[in-house]
Write a protein that binds this ligand. Structure first.
Ligand code: GP9
Ligand code: MN
Length: 613
């Protein structure tokens, strides 16, 4: 028997499972393929797992190898099938946290009957084929495997995996570090590599959690809370009212009052500033988790993580988030977003945070015409959300996450209500057109809220989730801001995002206190008349006279009333002249400590120690 036939059984098992996985990913999972490289990845991705997977059989004694090959094939098939069934119900893939999130499993348990079809037996046909052939002498790997074979097989497996990972990274940069969308992960890595990756993430965070103790929790938590006095007029002013929070995708503050060819880029927001509290020195504090980080900050008043998205890495932690607190105060909480629900692991994380309902993609009518880029356009999004909003039990907390103003900032010509900015940088140039579109959609939303009778009884908060124009676009941005070049000081200033708090019956006011997304939770809870003294929160009420004007960005830069500290340089406001670092020194320590405390809370899942039984 030659070497080829010595490995015939493994070859057969790999090819059968490979073909099966590809067919399943085309037929049972709806994974949109946008270009050729993605199709190639989808086709080849089972292979890089399968080769290494079957290397295990090289360590078995000859008589057991056959059973092992069959056994591994059965195990693989069962896991694949579990994903198929789970996908039928949730249009999502299994994750370790999901397996332990009893609520999810409970949900699926009830409908298992309807999720399993007789035709599913076809999914196991290959196993019978394999079992049949394994009996044939040609496929009977009865010879001992010599060390060289083992090494060769492992080397081939690793080489295939390496090529695969490189292609996946080319297809979607930062795929593994940011882990944004499960669908994209599965599409690029393949179901099984994805499961391994998920196990890795999970074990890392479980270890950190296991090492944490009650003592550490007490020690850390007592350092965190900053008490503020309540604002005498505004505390409780929105008691019992609905709270509608609109997250404006990629909207930076510099677009406010900006004009192109004499036309305002944000006419509606400029108008809204006159009837709302408008915070002109408000910063996003997000990291790699972008939108999800902004949500995390706003809901928890904790910092996001230095690497990865906390929505993805720590979705099963104990939190004390706004929806949960509001629920205890008689509120119903819902999120509206016209994209796939597993993006940023939202479907799992929202349950943890205590949201009652998530109106994702599947609740909206999405067509070729009414969607662009990531999903449903903002106009139809708001329009289709109104009937759902009207039906929510009141008082409610509704979070609306817009989407159209997202990189690469695409919008049809007939919806370009402002000229692209005249600069040789497509991203910056187009950005203004999609901001303008989102601004108009928001006007429509306010109009519809009035028509639906919800306006007078709701506090509406509007904020930008994070920057839209990254530092790479320095030159074009210098042009936009009328400067010859941008300094690090200017870059920090560009991290300002707008914040509006619209309270019916209150006049507008510009507030120039320094603040950030971390302050939203205490600020909003206080407006609703809910005390926060007992909670863990890093932010402080923006309206309080003792609001802490120290806003720390996730990269360690910070902003105070008088200084901006970034790239190890202390700049004095408002012109950004560098000054002696000693001026920033006390805040440098504080900023470091605060980020570190917040990280330790998340890594150690310390809030679980506070949970009252
Ligand atoms: C995706 C949307 C955009 O659903 O929230 O995410 P981002 O890339 O801005 O984090
Ligand atoms: Mn975003």
């Amino acid at each position: 028997m030659n070497t080829k036939s010595k490995h015939a059984a493994i070859f057969l098992a790999i090819i059968l499972l490979w073909i099966k996985t590809y067919i399943v990913s085309k037929v049972s999972f709806t994974l949109p393929v946008d270009h050729f490289l993605q199709e190639i990845l989808l086709f080849f991705n089972p292979l890089s797992f399968l080769v290494l997977y079957f290397c295990i059989t090289f360590y078995q004694s000859p008589p057991r190898r056959r059973q092992f090959i069959l056994g591994l094939s059965i195990l693989y098939s069962l896991i694949l099938y579990a994903n198929v069934v789970y996908y039928r119900f949730f249009t999502d893939f299994l994750t370790i946290p999901v397996l332990f999130q009893t609520k999810n499993v409970g949900d699926i348990g009830n409908s298992l009957y309807e999720l399993v079809y007789v035709t599913d037996l076809f999914l196991f046909i290959d196993l019978f084929i394999l079992a049949y052939f394994l009996k044939k002498p040609l496929f009977n790997p009865n010879q001992s495997i010599i060390q060289k074979d083992r090494r060769k097989a492992v080397a081939v497996g690793i080489a295939i995996l390496a090529v695969h990972l490189i292609l996946a990274e080319v297809n979607r940069p930062q795929l593994l570090t940011r882990t944004f969308d499960r669908e994209i992960l599965v599409k690029s890595l393949g179901t099984f590599n994805y499961h391994l990756y998920d196990i890795l993430l999970q074990s890392k965070s479980s270890m950190q959690k296991a090492l944490a103790s009650n003592l550490e929790a007490e020690e850390i938590l007592h350092k965190v809370n900053k008490q503020t006095t309540n604002h005498p007029e505004l505390y409780g002013i929105a008691n019992g009212k609905n709270l509608i929070v609109v997250s404006l995708e990629s909207t930076q503050n510099f677009v406010l009052n900006y004009k192109i060819n004499g036309k305002e880029v944000t006419p509606f927001l400029n108008e809204l500033a006159k009837s709302s509290y408008y915070f002109t020195n408000f910063y996003h504090q997000t990291g790699q988790g972008k939108t999800s980080d902004s949500e995390f900050l706003a809901d928890n008043s904790l910092y996001p993580l230095p690497r990865g998205a906390v929505f993805q890495t720590h979705p099963l932690n104990e939190y004390n988030a706004m929806p949960e607190i509001l629920k205890a105060n008689g509120y119903y909480s819902a999120v509206f977003h016209g994209n796939n629900k597993s993006f940023w692991n939202r479907d799992v994380m929202y349950k943890t945070l205590g949201y009652d309902q998530f109106f994702s993609e599947e609740y909206f009518t999405i067509t070729e015409e009414n969607s662009i880029n990531y999903g449903l356009k903002d106009f139809p999004f708001f329009e289709q959300s109104i009937p759902y909003l009207k039906d929510l039990p009141q008082p409610f907390f509704a979070k609306m996450i817009t989407l159209t103003n997202h990189h690469p900032y695409l919008i049809q010509e007939d919806e370009q209500w402002v000229e692209p900015y005249p600069v040789d940088d497509g991203t910056v140039s187009r950005y203004f057109t999609t901001v303008r579109y989102a601004d108009e959609a928001l006007r429509q939303f306010f109009h519809d809220l009035k028509a639906a009778g919800l306006y007078d009884n709701s506090v509406v908060v509007v904020y930008g989730d994070h920057y839209g124009i990254s530092e790479r676009h320095q030159e074009a941005m210098a042009d936009v801001l009328g400067k010859s070049a941008l300094t690090s000081y200017n870059q920090v200033e560009l991290q300002k995002v707008p914040l509006f708090i619209h309270i019916p019956g209150r006049r507008g006011k510009e507030i120039d206190k320094v603040g950030g997304q971390i302050d939203l939770k205490p600020t909003l809870l206080h407006l609703l008349g809910i005390e926060t003294n007992e909670d863990v929160h890093f932010g402080t009420d923006l309206f309080s006279k003792d609001h802490h004007e120290l806003t720390i960005l996730r990269n360690g830069s910070f902003i105070t009333e008088d200084f901006i500290y970034t790239s190890e340089t202390c700049y004095v406001k408002p012109f950004g002249a560098p000054v002696d670092s000693l001026k920033c020194k006390p805040f440098i320590e504080q900023a470091k400590e605060e980020l570190d405390l917040s990280d330790r809370i998340i890594y150690g899942d310390l809030l679980r120690f506070l949970k009252k039984e």
